[in-house]
Design a protein around this ligand. Sequence first.
Ligand code: AMP
Ligand code: GLY
Length: 422
Amino acid sequence: MKILVIGSGGREHALVWKLRQSPRVSAIFCAPGNAGIGEIATNVPVPISDHAALIKFATAEGIDLTVVGPDDALAAGIVDHFEHAGLKIFGPSQSAARLESSKVFAKEFMQRHGIPTAASGHFTDSAAAHRFCQESRYPLVIKADGLALGKGVVIAQTPWEAAKAIHDIMEKRQFGAAGDRVVIEEFLTGQECSVHALVDGEHYLLFPAAQDHKQIGDGDQGPNTGGMGTFSPPEKLVTPEIMERIHREVMEPFMAGLKKDGLRFRGLLFPGVMVTPEGPKLLEFNCRFGDPETQVLLARLKSDLVDLLEATVEGRLDTVTPQWDPRAAVCVIMASGGYPGSYARGKAITGIADAEALEGVTVFHAGTQMIDGKTVTAGGRVLGVTALGADLRIAQARAYEAVSKIQFEGATFRRDIGAKGL
Ligand code: AMP
Ligand code: GLY
């Protein structure tokens, strides 16, 4: 089988790494890929927004299955375009991907289908949004409707902060059209977990849970990022009882809702769930694999990923049963200094081979590039240093030992990934 993966981050490196282990795969391509992906697959220099060029490549190369990483490609309708061209592709249709690309659409879906979530309202008129904030209790959560690279959510502690958020999003149009509407919602307390489920429209298959660390600083301080590290399983937070409630209260109504609303979804659903004192409540839907959740989940997956993705696209998830490594996995993100703000690029990276020589360690590349035979930094999140261990403490110690072997100028990382689970 020939496979094409779309994207260039750590998530896509993990997908390529796992797919490549399948005896069924004869060739694997990644558009556009990164330095690490280029070592194990063929990078294809086509931008993910150029669907026509990607379809042309997939047709000419005889690609049997395309797997989409990033949300913006899904929101732009890549799945519909590939299917229209008669190509097999893993991911939700454009209309279903609105569950991630429009928070208003997602909240209406949750309310219509009885999925527990924060109480909320939405506004297209900034004056009405401002009035609502004057009458609300704080903290209050303000969200731009559209995709904003994880930066479109503000937790306002005071009416002044709420007014500033509405001004920035709706009047200054900080995120462009993504801020034409805002969702304003109740602040939920608790810890978040990342749930991943393969969904084929009829059936779903839940992965073990993972926990992300969104803020840049130790102890969850500072601004939000795309995710600074993950671990799996988060046994303390996601107990068997919580998992059971996620099945009954999130996944089952989600599947019924897809059918009722006629949304075509053959891909991965990643609900972001807040485990509150009253139980799980849905914060958001993501319609794609998480980054860096994928790094720890695929490190723990023992089954052939090709079989699982193919079963999803073919609507027969009831015929597969994945096997999971009982060991724990930890992924520590090494980022460029300054991230999530501005940062330098082109810094030489050393020590990756030494890190990977340690038992149970895999280094997934995110923002890296090969220049004159040297691996250099090319993005905010640079590497996802991932380790398996008999328990969480061992996996964490291994991941940090591996991090200590890697150097690049300005490298920053959190020192407490996994500590929540201990
Ligand atoms: P979202 O993109 O909707 O997941 O929001 C980004 C982050 O903001 C989440 O991962 C949470 O950490 C936080 N957040 C979003 N909504 C709420 C809420 N209602 N209560 C508390 N925190 C929230
Ligand atoms: N790590 C969170 C996400 O992928 O959205």
